[in-house]
Design a protein around this ligand. Structure first.
Ligand SMILES: *Cc1c(COP(=O)(O)O)cnc(C)c1O
Length: 347
């Protein structure tokens, strides 16, 4: 099977497993795991932060971060289709008493005017006060959209004046960096807290990192334990993270080329379904609106041909490239998928 459902499906390579097996470990609840400690220090330095915290999931890294910025009864604003509000099962409300309001943006692309239009800091005794803004880069459900650094800068400047803090959901910040050439330090500079995933395109089996100043990370460390995610000999997982950072960032360019190649092949037979110019990273969104066959039905046909994709709503098919999909496999998809799409429109 050629698995394009997500970049989370990657499996650790033999070399990564060897690095995990030989990792130095200790009890991380005591702060004694040297490999976890060095990974936290490494990622903090990479993005220009004082401190970092290893978490088992990106959702937990996001949740630990936003609860440092937003008090119960206060508001976090973010884009309508961002992971924090669409895919974390209401965690901000359930665990931290955080309310959310959203702005909607085509492809999830950040325009600083959008959040600034709805931000309401210091709203007095009748309305909810906004205290933080979350930005997702790249934007997952938006189709791997890279957020323009100029919009991030403009939002940071304006939100600082309003007394608002900013969180970056950087699960795929690696992809944004490869596509834009903007450094990790530059991305980090504009945010109070950041989450990054080691288990998406970077190929580690488990692991995310939350970044903040020392005080916020110390508090998040307590909350991580309270949530039941204080872990013991996690050096084996942290070693996978080190390996991923050493070997799997630069190669993301290959995934991006693969994604553009998929988009171009479909575009050639059905121009309205996808615009290759909008495929900036490793996610391809096919919009099959107006097609006689549903995305789910095309997905079944793909599966019969040995290709796994996912549906996001009745007309949207989503394909994600990653390090376990080779150029030969992309060529195979390109020999099957465009024909299926073409036939579906004729049906
Ligand atoms: C995958 C992802 C996360 C974290 O997901 P987990 O499954 O909890 O690790 C967070 N934000 C975005 C944008 C993601 O794509």
């Amino acid at each position: 099977m050629i698995d394009l459902r997500s970049d989370t499906v990657t499996k650790p390579s033999a070399e990564m497993r060897a690095a995990m097996a030989s990792a130095e470990v200790g009890d991380d609840v005591y702060g004694d795991d040297p490999t976890a400690n060095s990974l936290e220090e490494r990622v903090a330095a990479l993005f220009g932060f004082e401190a970092a915290l290893f978490t088992p999931t990106g959702s937990l890294a996001n949740q630990l971060a936003i609860r440092q910025l937003v008090k119960p009864g206060e508001e976090l604003i973010t884009e309508t289709f961002s992971h924090i509000v669409r895919a974390e099962l209401g965690a901000g409300a359930a665990f931290s008493g955080i309310t959310t309001r959203t702005w909607e943006a085509p492809l999830g692309a950040l325009k600083s005017a959008d959040p600034l239009r709805i931000a309401r800091p210091d709203s007095g005794p009748y309305q909810v006060s906004t205290t933080a803004i979350a930005v997702e880069n790249t934007h997952n459900f938006g189709g791997g959209t890279v957020q323009p650094i100029d919009e991030i800068k403009a939002l940071r400047a304006a939100s600082l004046k309003m007394g608002l803090t900013m969180h970056l959901d950087g699960a795929r910040i690696w992809n944004a960096h490869i596509a834009s050439g903007v450094s990790f330090l530059e991305y980090g500079r504009h945010f109070d807290t950041v989450s990054v995933c080691l288990s998406k395109g970077l190929g580690a089996p488990v692991g995310s990192i939350m970044l903040a100043n020392k005080a916020r990370v110390a508090s998040a460390r307590i909350w991580r334990k309270r949530y039941g995610a204080g872990m013991r000999q996690i050096g084996m997982l942290a070693a996978a993270g080190h390996f991923a950072l050493d070997h799997n960032i630069k190669r993301l360019a290959i995934d991006h080329n693969h994604a553009r190649s998929l988009a171009s092949a479909v575009h050639a037979v059905a121009p309205r379904v996808v615009d290759p110019a909008l495929v900036e990273t490793n996610i391809v969104i096919l919009d099959l609106a107006g097609c006689a066959i549903s995305a789910a039905e095309i997905n079944v046909e793909l599966k019969n041909a040995g290709i796994l994709a996912s549906t996001v709503g009745p007309t949207i098919l989503r394909l994600v490239t990653h390090l376990d999909v080779s150029s030969d496999e992309i060529a195979k998809v390109n020999s099957v998928l465009p024909e299926l799409v073409e036939r579906a429109f004729k049906a």
